[in-house]
Design a protein around this ligand. Structure first.
Ligand code: ZN
Ligand code: ZN
Length: 667
């Protein structure tokens, strides 16, 4: 970094220059500072102009001006940390303020390692760190997950006599708690006499992070003074620990709520797959007159995406536009995600193009969306555009990219990306990436290669990886391999009903009813319950309807069934033949046919055709994979009812139009 050499030595014992700067050294400084703080926070062009003025007027010698300039360039929106650090290098004998600005800039741009290097430079230069320096550095250690450096910093804190400062202490508590050193965090909290609400919140947060929910609750109950942050930590902490009802209880009891409270509760419901309740909180939020700003909207959009509530999502997008809400990374990314999950990949694309500042997240969302929609070539092109613009790909990027390859049978490309992700892009492959490769090979029919690949993995393959191979065995009708993979899976995940179902399907397809029966016995013995297939559809009014087999809670079920029968009759005339091998049980062909008819996604389609405008798109969300039978039925329905049907299942999207599906039957 830069021209000064970094010496990785412990800080010198003496010889600190008391580097107090002299603000207002130059007469123009206050107005320059004003300009920097008011005109340069959202325009890089303005910033460059003010920078030129600073150089001309020699006010750069003022450390406050120089530091502020460093700070302005480090605005993550500008993606110009390099410029910021270049400016920093020009400052002669930077004081602590200038150093702090540069360190904070590194953190804001997610470069915590650089922040720590700057600290070394600072100490070696004889500049004395102050109480603003350490909270930043302790946060940097949390970000890079380095407890050793954190401990050293803590020693420096003591050495420089800053161990009484509550911001420093609370940052140290947060660091210890986040890195799982909960005992140290607790000791710090208790040994410090004036631990305040900030420290207490940090410790509660730490407890929640490591799953010590009761300890968190206990501390919270004992707090004499609570702020909205304390409540928020409880709500999101419970949600993190899968205690959504408890989260809701605390949310309801909160005396005051802020943005984080609302979005925390909505995120909690989203995380627990309770999307309907998430939408209810959103309604409650609107009724309470809460301003919908860019901080709460991403959570709301995530709920819309999860229930395919496209109309609500569009409403929010219109709201964003008409209220001139800044389309920042988080909001833009959630809009892209909402549109692509809602089946409107082109609208997602529009949002993507309109975003001015794009770091890795929107790119990932867009590549992932294209991949799920089977538009693999575009996903790949977008990735190369991304690398051309020097945007650093991360783990998520490669999951999206590999999925794109899997969805279109691009075996060579996929294997190549897998190889280069570490070599060229320095992203270490994780379990998920191995799973993607197995999926790529398996889907394309290279079952043996997929199995060999699993054997070469540096870590023990998990259920998802083997599951990908089992799925491939089903598609390619390889009973023998399916059986051995199935055995491994039943041992690895004896509780997971999906694995039993998949293996049963393989047996059923091969007509091995005795084995199907044995599996059923095994499930009973182990008390494994199957997940019922459920389909969700959002009507014009935005109400979410959920259908599952044998559930007659929908009042109009009788009408829906009549409609469904009519549909089946019509498509049979157009060549629909039920795939009875999709039915698990060894029952008569006629009975099999009936149980196929009442698959939840078929019920949802019937409901959709009845309750939406003629010719409009029917959007369905299914919790499991769509079965082959429904898939072939929907193709014909799309043709004779002239409806576009979009099904988002657990794995991907299917756009049925005019008798064809976008997946080209490859899924
Ligand atoms: Zn089905
Ligand atoms: Zn399809």
């Amino acid at each position: 970094m830069g021209t000064r050499t970094l010496v990785h030595n412990p800080p010198p014992e003496v010889n600190f220059k008391e580097n107090f700067s002299t603000p207002n050294l130059l007469h123009q400084s206050p107005s320059i500072l004003n300009l920097l703080n008011s005109k340069c926070t959202d325009s890089l062009q303005n910033l460059r102009q003010v920078h030129a003025v600073i150089l001309k007027t020699a006010s750069f010698r003022d450390h406050y001006v120089a530091g502020s300039l460093v700070k302005c360039y480090a605005n993550p929106q500008f993606r110009s940390l390099t410029s910021s650090l270049q400016v920093f290098q020009q400052v002669s004998a930077p004081n602590v303020f200038v150093f702090n600005c540069a360190i904070k800039g590194c953190l804001d741009n997610e470069e915590p390692a650089n922040a720590i290097l700057l600290y070394l430079e600072m100490v070696n230069s004889g500049s004395r760190p102050n109480k603003f320096t350490y909270p930043l550095l302790l946060k940097a250690c949390t970000m890079v997950k380095c407890i050793a450096e954190g401990l050293q910093l803590h020693c420096h804190v003591v050495k420089f006599g800053l161990n009484g400062d509550k911001h420093v202490i609370s940052a140290a508590i947060q660091m210890y708690a986040s890195l799982g050193h909960i005992e140290e965090a607790r000791n710090m909290y208790h040994s410090n006499e004036d631990s305040d609400v900030v420290c207490c919140n940090a410790l509660i947060n730490g407890y929640m992070k490591v799953g010590k929910v009761e300890a968190a609750r206990d501390l919270f109950d004992k707090m004499l003074e609570k702020n909205v942050g304390s409540w928020n930590i409880m709500v999101s902490g419970f949600a993190k620990n899968d205690m959504i009802d408890e989260a809701k209880k605390y949310f309801d009891e909160m005396p005051v709520r802020d943005d984080i409270s609302w979005s925390g509760m909505i995120d909690g419901f989203n995380k627990g797959d309770r999307f309907r309740e998430a939408m209810e909180v959103f309604t409650q939020m609107q009724e309470a007159g809460v301003e919908l700003n860019r901080f709460v909207l991403p959570s709301v959009l995530a709920s819309c995406a999860n229930v395919c509530a496209l109309d609500q999502g569009k409403w929010i997008h219109a709201y964003v536009r008409s209220n001139n809400i800044l389309l920042d990374e988080a909001l833009g990314t959630s809009l892209i995600d909402m549109y692509s999950k809602g089946g409107c990949i082109d609208l997602a694309w529009d949002v993507f193009e309109k975003m001015e500042w794009k770091e890795v997240f929107p790119w990932n969302a867009m590549i992932g969306g294209l991949a799920m929609h089977g538009r693999s070539q575009e996903a790949i092109e977008l990735f190369s555009e991304m690398t051309k613009r020097d945007i650093k790909a991360n783990e998520v990027t490669f999951v999206a990219l590999l999925n794109a390859c899997a969805n279109s049978g691009l075996v060579d490309e996929g294997l190549n990306y897998f190889k280069t992700m570490k070599q060229i892009y320095h992203v270490e492959p994780m379990m998920e990436h191995y799973g993607c490769v197995v999926n790529i090979l398996g889907k394309a029919g290279f079952l043996v290669e997929a199995e060999d690949f699993i054997k070469t993995m540096p870590m023990k393959a998990n259920g998802a990886v083997w599951g990908a191979l089992l799925g491939a065995c089903k598609v390619h009708g390889n009973v023998e391999l399916g059986e051995s993979v199935g055995e491994i899976l039943l041992e690895l995940e004896p509780e997971s009903s999906g694995r039993y179902t998949l293996l049963s399907n393989i047996y059923a397809k091969a007509g091995k009813w005795d084995k199907v029966e044995r599996l059923r016995g095994l499930m009973k013995e182990r008390g494994v319950r199957t997940v019922p297939g459920m389909s969700m559809i959002t009507d014009i009014k935005g109400d979410v309807h959920m259908f599952k087999v044998g559930d007659y809670s929908n009042l109009r079920m009788k009408d829906i069934n009549l409609m469904l029968d009519k549909i089946i009759q019509r498509i049979k005339l157009h060549g629909y033949v039920p795939h009875t091998s999709e039915v698990l049980l060894d029952i008569s062909e006629e009975e099999k046919e009936t149980s196929l008819v009442y698959h939840s996604e078929k019920i949802a389609v019937a409901f959709g055709i009845m309750n939406t405008k003629l010719g409009s798109t029917v959007r369905i969300l299914k919790n499991l994979r769509i079965c082959e039978d429904c898939h072939s039925a929907f193709k014909i329905i799309s043709l004779i009812y002239e409806r576009e049907i979009i099904v988002r299942d657990r794995a991907r999207y299917h756009h049925f139009v005019g008798g064809q599906c976008s997946c080209r039957d490859f899924w």
